[in-house]
Write a new protein. Structure first.
Length: 51
């Protein structure tokens, strides 16, 4: 999906401004971890070893 025209214009204006700082943020879906995910079951046959 192409970017909307206003986003392209603002990006170009920012590129041309030497005092501009651009920040890129990559977002992902929220994923439960540990005992909260997969009903507390692991994908491995053996339990993980901890120190």
């Amino acid at each position: 999906m192409p970017y909307p025209l206003n986003v392209l214009r603002e990006n170009q204006a920012s590129d041309e401004n030497p005092k501009s700082l651009q920040v890129s943020i990559d977002t992902k879906a929220k994923v439960k971890i540990g005992n909260l995910s997969r009903d507390g079951k692991a994908w491995t046959l053996e339990a993980p070893k901890f120190l």
